[in-house]
Design a protein. Structure first.
Length: 313
């Protein structure tokens, strides 16, 4: 009888997904937050988004040609990086700011490591931190919602001890506060996050452990001042929700195992609270995620799953 058993290399289980499909659907999930940011801050926010995306794609294309690599501009990763970089920028500042940020994000945060799948840090956050270190004035100048008047964010006012007026949770949830373009409207971000959960592109371990850690630690250690001990205030402010659902969950720069993801989220939350409460900056999400990105290889090493059929050590 003819042997019809065909042996091949793994993987033996296949799914109708691809890097390109995932990248474009994640980009789609971020569009509500971008639309909300443009509605809240005006036309300049839209130009920031467009310039950041174009700069990211152009940089990716130029470096692929220069390094003689296969064209990767259509896989959606450069568009997603530019979009996330724009979402991490305040709506004021010169138009070259998102262009330089996207260039650094792609060139230094991604291509210098070998391209998509080989970078150890989240590229968009690399671009944001570079801009923060180089032009802190532009990166800390914010506009009031629906107004051209500059204003500090609630976290900045809290850090300086000048938060004297009550800000409703509803205003924080809907984005009626100063902040970066894509981080202010929590409702829009949660709509996008729900889409990713339904599609199975992200899992609960990192976002839940990250946000829960921030909530618990700010409740326990923030003190008794106005809003300083209010855990919900800390969750709804800054880039926590954007970071927890859309950047900390990046496949390339986060742990592989569920246990490792819980540790990763806890570490991000702990570092965010330390920077917010005792550091020099009012916000710590970007730095927290980047520092935990560096710890991912160590986390993966100590949380790897037992090989099927082997004995527990």
């Amino acid at each position: 009888m003819e042997n019809r058993l065909l042996a091949g290399s793994s993987p033996h289980l296949h799914k109708n997904e691809s890097v390109k499909r995932i990248m474009w659907l994640v980009t789609l999930s971020l569009l509500p937050a971008g639309a909300a940011g443009v509605f809240i801050f005006g036309q300049k926010a839209l130009w920031f988004i467009i310039l950041a995306v174009i700069s990211a794609v152009a940089t990716e294309c130029a470096l692929n040609i220069f390094m003689k690599r296969k064209a990767s501009i259509f896989d959606g990763s450069a568009v997603l990086t530019g979009l996330l970089l724009a979402y991490n920028l305040p709506p004021d500042g010169p138009f070259w700011l998102p262009m330089i940020g996207s260039f650094v994000a792609i060139a230094i945060g991604k291509q210098v490591f070998g391209g998509l799948g080989q970078n150890i840090f989240n590229p968009a956050l690399v671009g944001r931190v570079f801009l923060m270190a180089s032009w802190p004035k532009y990166m800390t100048t914010f506009s009031k919602p629906f107004d051209a008047v500059t204003s500090a964010t609630p976290l900045m006012l809290l850090k300086e001890g000048n938060l004297t007026e009550h800000i409703s949770y509803l205003d924080l949830f809907l984005g009626k506060r100063g902040g970066c373009i894509g981080e202010v409207c929590i409702l829009a971000l949660l709509v996008g996050a729900a889409f990713l959960f339904i599609r199975g592109y992200i899992f609960w371990q990192i976002p839940f452990s990250y946000i829960a850690t921030v909530g618990l630690l700010t409740y326990a250690f923030a003190g008794n001042g106005l809003f300083s001990g209010d855990w919900l205030f800390h969750i709804l402010n800054g880039g926590l929700v954007l970071g927890a659902f859309f950047m900390a969950t990046d496949y390339v720069t986060s742990p592989l195992t569920r246990r490792g993801q819980l540790i990763f989220g806890f570490g991000c939350g702990l570092l965010t609270v330390i920077i917010r409460l005792w550091g020099g900056y009012p916000e710590g999400v970007s730095y927290a995620i980047l520092m935990m990105n560096a710890a991912v290889p160590l986390i993966d090493r100590h949380t790897k799953n037992r090989v099927y059929g082997s004995l527990k050590k």
